[in-house]
Design a protein around this ligand. Structure first.
Ligand code: ADP
Length: 633
């Protein structure tokens, strides 16, 4: 099958390769960029939803713990106002004698013990402590002037005094609740309860909660992490710092700012804070981010802030981002693989289609050719039929010609036949006459001899007529003949001419069986030998050579004479029908034509050679019946 060159023609290499090369070069960076982009997007989305979830959870925690702080503080709110009902206190404030003071001291001591507060004390209107629960201690407040304390100043004005501060006496932090003690609508002193809120911090630490409470100045007064305590969560101006230092509210602590690396407000009261790794608050080398949720505490100007670490969330978000990137890479890989496979399938399909098309074309061509061949086959069959018909006609014509040729030859020979028969007839007449006379004389021996001679003559005449009859008989293409017998029969037919010419005959052939009808072979030989005799008429010493040999599965008989030969012009027309050089009635011009066609009809042939020594040689080749059965004569 021939491939259609158009189907398999490759594109110009530079044009075919470049876009593919560019695509292959651009694809990996593009995939990597998309991986990074999608990974980052996955990270952001995961972080966003994680923060939202944490925030919701944190909100509940915030509420819970803020309530706990509020209840812890509110527990003591009523305590200072209780002292208003205590007559010993009002008595003391009216008459600050040592007995009255001791009574109140004892009362306050007992009350403090029962309420588990840090200290309870009473101040007069000047701000001096007149009685205190810790009167036994060395660092007792007794006699101390605390008029500078904001809680005193508020309470003396009839406002509730709420204050976080570090004790100026012992430097101990505490929450102060002050209440102005009224009598007959006039404030006669101030009752103060100092409480410690460290229990809250301990509770947070135990619960591994990160939280702090900042006061009205933005200073962290309670923190689960001690490092954050007394740090400001808002920037403080120098003026504020000085004012706070003067008030000794925070004793002598430096009030440093709790500075986050980054601060991002996510919602009302929700921030994202990042603290540096080397900061005091950080425990390891990584920057730490927190979700900071803040809520004001009721009844106080304070805020409660809950810190939720974001490391786990961040790690989770990074994992999610990596997962997204890997999933994308997998999808991209699958898509590329699918695309490559699709291309391979498309190429295979195209090749199959091209093959199918080529096949279809081939089949179409085969069908066309088959139709052509069938048509030409039909034509050939027709021609063969015509040829066979023509051959049949020719064969019939040849047969007719052979027959005509035989009759013509008989006609030609009629003179010599007549001469041949007349001689014995004359001899018979003479001999029979003589025999009658010898019988009358009683010479029986001589008569008997004459009668024997008569018999021989009659036999000879019979042979002549028998030859003529067999010569004139119609022959057959098939059959087999003995070469020796055929030569003898031909010479017998021509015996009178042979004898009169004093022909010298040379026989050098084998008596082989050849594939030809016996009569036809005799007919051919009569023609050839007859022609040779004609050609040697002027030859004083006529000689005829009959020489045979086996060649190519056929027996070749050469009939050579030393006659006048054949001139160049006659050689061209030798085998043409009715070509003759013989004068008048002597030649019919059919002998060679018929002989050649009889030889050809049995698969043999008849040719001519012109020896340089003179004369003519006719070469008759006939197929042998059995090449090995050739016997010498
Ligand atoms: P015909 O004998 O009737 O002429 P042939 O076909 O037998 O017809 O021969 C044709 C011619 O070939 C003869 O007229 C003769 O000129 C030539 N020819 C045939 N045999 C010989 C031969 N042996 N030698 C010379 N000429 C020959």
């Amino acid at each position: 099958m021939k491939c259609d060159p158009i189907l398999y023609r490759a594109a110009t290499p530079s044009l075919a390769v470049k876009p593919r090369l560019i695509r292959h070069m651009l694809l990996p960076p593009l995939i990597i960029a998309l991986m990074i982009g999608l990974g980052y997007a996955g990270f952001c989305v995961s972080e966003h939803y994680g923060i939202r979830s944490l925030s919701e959870n944190g909100q509940r925690q915030l509420e819970l713990h803020a309530r706990a702080v509020e209840s812890e503080i509110s527990k003591y709110t009523y305590l200072p106002s209780l002292l208003e009902l205590e007559t010993s206190v009002s008595t003391l404030l009216a008459d600050p004698s040592p007995e009255h003071r001791q009574t109140v001291n004892d009362y306050l001591e007992g009350l403090n013990r029962r309420s588990r507060s840090r200290a309870i004390y009473v101040m007069d209107t000047t701000g001096r402590v007149v009685a205190t629960s810790n009167w036994r201690d060395v660092d007792s407040y007794l006699g101390e002037d605390l008029s500078f304390r904001a809680y005193f100043q508020n309470a003396i004005r009839g406002q509730p005094g709420r204050f976080y501060g570090i004790g100026s006496t012992n430097g101990e932090p505490g929450y102060y609740l002050a209440h102005g003690l009224e009598e007959h609508g006039k404030i006669i002193g101030v009752a103060v309860v100092k409480i410690r809120l460290e229990a809250l911090e301990e509770r947070w630490q135990r619960a591994r909660l990160e939280a702090f409470v900042s006061d009205e100045n933005g200073i962290i007064i309670l923190s689960s992490d001690p490092a954050r305590r007394l740090k400001s969560v808002v920037p403080l101006s120098d003026e504020t710092k000085e004012k706070l230092a003067r008030s000794l509210q925070y004793y002598w602590f430096p009030l440093n700012e709790l500075q986050p690396l980054a601060r991002e407000t996510l919602a009302e009261g929700v921030e994202k804070l990042t603290f540096p790794a080397n900061s005091e608050v950080a425990s390891d080398e990584e920057d730490i981010s927190y979700l900071a949720q803040t809520r004001p505490l009721s009844d106080t100007p304070w805020n409660f802030t809950l810190l939720t670490p974001l490391q786990d969330l961040r790690r989770e978000a990074i994992n999610q981002g990596i997962l997204v990137a890997v999933a994308f890479a997998l999808v991209a890989f699958l898509l590329i693989a699918w695309n490559e496979r699709r291309k391979v399938i498309a190429t295979r399909l195209a090749a199959r289609e091209a093959l199918q098309e080529a096949n279809n074309q081939l089949e179409r061509r085969i069908t066309e050719r088959t139709t052509d061949l069938r048509a030409s086959n039909e034509r050939l069959k027709g021609q063969i039929r015509e040829r066979r018909h023509a051959e049949e006609t020719l064969r019939r014509a040849q047969d007719e010609l052979v027959q005509a040729g035989k009759l013509a030859a008989i006609g030609q020979m009629s003179t010599s036949i007549a001469h041949e028969l007349n001689q014995p007839l004359a001899a018979l007449r003479t001999l029979s006459g003589n025999t009658v006379r010898f019988l009358e004389r009683g010479q029986l021996d001589v008569a008997s001899t004459n009668l024997n001679t008569i018999n021989e003559l009659i036999d000879r005449m019979g042979r002549i007529t028998a030859s003529l009859r067999s010569f004139a008989r119609r022959g057959d293409d098939k059959g087999q003949a003995s070469l020796g017998k055929a030569v003898d029969a031909a010479l017998q037919l021509l015996s009178s001419r042979v004898e009169s010419a004093h022909l010298q005959l040379h026989r050098d052939f084998k008596d082989v069986q050849v594939q030809i009808d016996q009569t036809r072979l005799e007919q051919i030989l009569v023609n050839l030998i007859g022609n040779a005799l004609d050609a040697m008429q002027a030859q004083p010493l006529p000689e005829l050579w009959l020489e045979g040999d086996v060649f190519d599965g056929k027996y070749r008989l050469r009939v050579r004479d030393n006659g006048h030969g054949i001139d160049a012009e006659a050689r061209k027309h030798l085998f043409e029908p009715f070509f003759t050089t013989k004068p008048g009635e002597q030649g019919l011009g059919l002998g060679l034509t018929l002989s050649a066609s009889l030889a050809a009809a049995t698969g043999g042939n008849l040719g001519v050679e012109h020896p340089v020594s003179g004369g003519t040689t006719f070469v008759l080749s006939l197929p042998l019946v059995s090449p090995t059965s050739a016997e010498p004569i």
